[in-house]
Design a protein around this ligand. Structure first.
Ligand SMILES: [Zn+2]
Length: 234
């Protein structure tokens, strides 16, 4: 390894470290002289590119889906000239400076941070409008990795839908009238002839008949949860 002072194509001199055989070093020096930029000019060039690109709003489908309603999850993030828009991006709500979940970053070992967040597909339109309101252009991630994510999301959605149909087919335990619409810790206290529950933190006596009904309900609820779990694990 050796340091070389080279007059770059921009006319400024810069020092670079070169490795390898003399012949290869000579070739690199020629390349720098013809096309290379000094560190300052390189920085300026990068900045000019980013400014030319402008603010870009990106979206890419994630392989996982929303567990609650089966909706697709979309990763949205800003790229390009984000620096001058930092406060506006934050004001849009939910964006964090975090590792970018773009599909094309999946195999990247580098930490690639961005202003990003995860939204449901049903909210994507709204997010696009918000991004446009601060002057961003929209861009959707395409390519092999984005397609792979989409395929996986589709599969997950199909599975979710099939699970939902099975879960919906299981009768849901009916909540006994006495505890319905109350805050209840799910416990019964006392003994036969003297049972009580705490409803909205208030001690409430119940009959033996009600105790039986509530106990049966708790058992049914447990069985229901077990069946749902089995379906999801299958
Ligand atoms: Zn220069």
């Amino acid at each position: 390894m050796a340091k070389y002072t080279i007059t770059m194509s921009c006319g400024h001199t810069d020092t670079v470290e070169l490795f390898g055989r003399e012949k290869d070093r000579q070739r690199k020096i020629e390349y720098f002289e013809e096309q290379g930029l000094c560190k300052e000019c390189y920085k300026k060039e990068m900045q000019a590119q980013v400014e030319k690109e402008g603010l870009v709003f990106n979206a890419s489908v994630l392989p996982s889906i929303s567990e609650s309603d089966g909706d697709f999850l979309i990763y949205v993030w800003f790229s390009g000239n984000t620096m001058p828009h930092k406060e506006e991006i934050k004001a849009l709500g939910g964006y964090k400076w975090e590792e970018c979940q773009a599909a094309s970053n999946l195999l990247s070992l580098k930490y690639e941070p961005c202003w990003g967040k995860t939204v449901k597909f049903q909210n994507l339109k709204e997010e696009i409008e918000k991004a446009k309101s601060i002057g961003a252009k929209e861009k959707f991630e395409k390519g092999l990795f984005a397609s792979a994510n989409y395929e996986m999301a589709l599969k997950n959605k199909e599975k979710w839908q099939a699970n939902k149909e099975q879960i919906d087919a299981i009768p849901k335990p009916i909540t006994p009238e006495i505890v319905k619409d109350h805050y209840w810790n799910g416990r019964i206290y006392g003994k036969s002839g003297n049972y009580c529950v705490y409803l909205d933190n208030k001690k409430t006596p119940i009959t033996d008949e009600q105790e039986k009904e509530i106990t049966a309900y708790l058992t049914a609820k447990e069985e229901y949860a077990k069946k749902v779990d089995e379906i999801k694990k299958a």
